[in-house]
Design a protein around this ligand. Structure first.
Ligand code: FDA
Length: 305
């Protein structure tokens, strides 16, 4: 119930203005967001690399309805990719892109075109792009765009969400040679008709989807902080005779950092998703909704403003 309310607030511009002016929420932002500038993002990637961790950088922003804003987001990615190349970080660091930030809600073709330009810049920088997945109304359009991008850039990654009833089937059909699929639980408020609501059902779907990805020919990217699912991922990789470099784990910046280091020290590929920029509101609200303990801190921060 509380999760639903917070996720609904994640899309409210009125609540965004209210939260944005609360001073205490800034310290919460710092836990989950690496900074505001390209230099902050590059510094975070460098620091993770020195700890043996991979990174995927996300320039925050979503649901753009202004074309100039979508162009500015594309330009920031181009700038970021040339900085990664110049800093010699392309081998350890890729980028994650939300299609709604480059105009998917304005014009799908323009979003495709901007995403294409980002993928071309990533290719010339020697790294890859993963396209984030947003709510279920754009699942088909997002998968279609990833499939088109993959015709030109074979390594463009997709994200699938275990809470969607369709995802096990999507895993089976997308886990082809050369594909890179990030599997997460899913972070949006979705109706019962399309998504499992009970956490246990989401976890079961996640396990079935791990099996489908590990059995396939692609490169599975298991994005979860859930210790049981990490253990099941390790077990399934063994069962399907996967070499340690044929799959990876992924976690979010600021969440379970000790576990990130532990998995890397044990020889697993571990990638950290690093958001940066000043459009942190929607991202922060989804993190708050994931954990009741966070909600209490967050509510206090608004109450004491
Ligand atoms: P779960 O929420 O059950 O958490 C398991 C444990 O992890 C918790 O008990 C707690 O210890 C810790 N934890 C989890 N969230 C926490 C938090 N916010 N603060 C502190 N501790 C926390 N979603 C989406 O819809 N589209 C996408 O494109 C992506 N992309 C993405 C990339 C990567 C790399 C990751 C790791 C996640 C995503 N997600 C996402 C988010 C994902 O769908 C999901 O909401 C979160 O990962 C939380 O789910 P868990 O699997 O961690 O399990």
């Amino acid at each position: 119930m509380l999760r639903s309310v917070i996720l609904a607030a994640a899309r409210s511009s009125k609540f965004e203005r209210f939260v944005g002016t609360a001073p205490v929420s800034r310290s919460l932002v710092r836990r989950y967001v690496a900074g505001e500038t390209t230099a902050d993002a590059v510094a975070a990637a460098r620091s993770l690399a020195s700890d043996g961790l991979l990174a995927t950088l996300d320039y925050l922003g979503e649901d753009t309805i202004v074309a100039e804003q979508a162009d500015a987001t594309r330009d920031e990615y181009l700038n970021l990719l040339s900085a990664l190349k110049a800093e010699g970080l392309s081998e350890t660091t890729e980028v994650s892109v939300k299609l709604s930030a480059v105009g998917q809600r304005i014009d799908v073709e323009l979003a495709y075109d901007r995403a294409r330009q980002i993928c071309a810049a990533a290719e010339s920088a020697g790294t890859t792009v993963t396209i984030d997945m947003e709510d279920h109304t754009v699942t088909d359009s997002t998968i279609e765009i990833v499939n088109r991008l993959r015709q030109d850039f074979g390594d463009t990654g997709a994200v699938l969400q275990a809470y969607l009833r369709r995802t096990e089937d999507d895993c089976k059909s997308l886990a082809t040679a050369g594909s890179r699929i990030r599997l997460c639980k899913g972070a949006y408020k979705e109706p019962e008709t399309v998504a499992y609501q009970r956490p246990l059902d989401v976890d079961r779907s996640y396990v079935r989807s791990i099996n489908a990805l590990m059995a396939g020919d692609g490169y599975p990217m298991l994005a979860t902080h859930d210790p049981r699912l990490v253990e099941i991922g390790i077990d399934r990789a063994r069962w399907f005779d996967r070499e340690p470099d044929s799959f990876e784990f992924q976690m979010l910046y600021g969440i379970r950092p000790a576990e990130q280091l532990r998995l890397a020290a044990e020889g697993y590929r571990m990638r950290v998703y690093v958001p940066y920029g000043d459009q942190w509101y929607g991202y922060l609200m989804r993190r708050m909704a994931e954990r009741p303990a966070n909600l209490a801190v967050f509510a206090r921060s608004l109450w004491t403003r």
